[in-house]
Design a protein around this ligand. Structure first.
Ligand code: SF4
Length: 183
């Protein structure tokens, strides 16, 4: 869908309209089908990343791919995800904080009843960024750590300062986002 088709002169109407379409789809579910339905969907919102990890399976790069979904296409994906009954919506990458519309996408997921979760390398999560994501509706954040040894983590992450991101996470405001790590 083209960007201008999703733009509304009345943003509230657009949100209400997305909610109605998602609710209409959810109401078609049956108990049997919901028992089998996966609850989580993960969208790599960009291939762009500020790190260069030796183990990156995303072939991440400094610039975004030309084929990445636009904000409007992302909104449509979120709406479809809610409509089929998923509950958790993971926004990952690449590094999701490299996308300027991240909070917009988080808010759209929240507004449609999804639980927005962030998958990040943590390096760009300043206090201000954390507060913005919290206010947009972020429910949880997962920060990747490769080791409890900062030097080892930095070597694997291809950056002498990669550890500084995850290390600042305890300073995040209480209540959101919480930490989770992969060791
Ligand atoms: S932080 Fe993630 S996306 Fe970025 S280079 Fe490392 S593994 Fe790839």
């Amino acid at each position: 869908m083209k960007e201008r088709e999703m733009t509304s002169e009345n943003p509230k109407s657009e949100v209400e309209s997305r909610k109605s379409r998602a609710a209409a789809g959810s109401s078609r579910s049956t108990p049997d089908s919901s028992a089998l339905r996966p609850s989580l969907v993960s969208w790599n919102i960009t291939r762009q990343c500020n790190l260069a990890c030796a183990h990156c399976y995303r072939d991440a790069r400094e610039l975004p791919d030309s084929g990445e979904l636009t904000t409007a296409e992302g909104m449509q994906l979120i709406e479809e995800t809610a409509r089929v009954g998923f509950r958790v919506f993971v926004l990952s990458g690449g590094e999701p904080l490299m996308r300027a519309d991240l909070c917009e996408l988080i808010a759209a997921a929240r507004d449609l009843g999804l639980r927005p979760v962030l998958g990040s390398n943590g390096t760009l999560i300043t206090k201000k960024a954390a507060e913005k994501m919290r206010d947009a509706g972020l429910a949880r954040a997962g920060i990747s750590l490769d080791s409890v040894d900062p030097g080892y983590h930095n070597r694997l992450r291809g950056s002498p300062t990669a550890w500084q991101g995850p290390a600042c996470v305890p300073a995040l405001p209480s209540g959101c986002p919480s930490r989770s790590t992969r060791l």
